[in-house]
Design a protein around this ligand. Structure first.
Ligand code: ZN
Length: 64
């Protein structure tokens, strides 16, 4: 029998990035890689609702 360290234990959920079983250490992700990818997306703002925001912010301010 192999004992898993607490960090290696599954969360019981799936990694939202790749669908592999999530580990507690990277919860809810399965690995640092998936956690990093997700964090990077957040930091770049990719999770913002796309649409009006990107177009309007540049266009309107030329005159002021
Ligand atoms: Zn993953």
């Amino acid at each position: 029998m192999t004992e898993l360290s607490p960090d290696q234990q599954p969360t019981g959920g799936l990694c939202p990035h790749c669908g592999a079983p999530g580990l507690r250490r990277w919860r809810p992700f399965c690995s640092k890689r998936c956690a990093d990818v997700d964090l990077a997306r957040w930091l770049r703002g990719d999770y913002r609702i796309s649409g009006e925001d990107s177009l309007s912010s540049d266009a309107g301010e030329k005159d002021s």
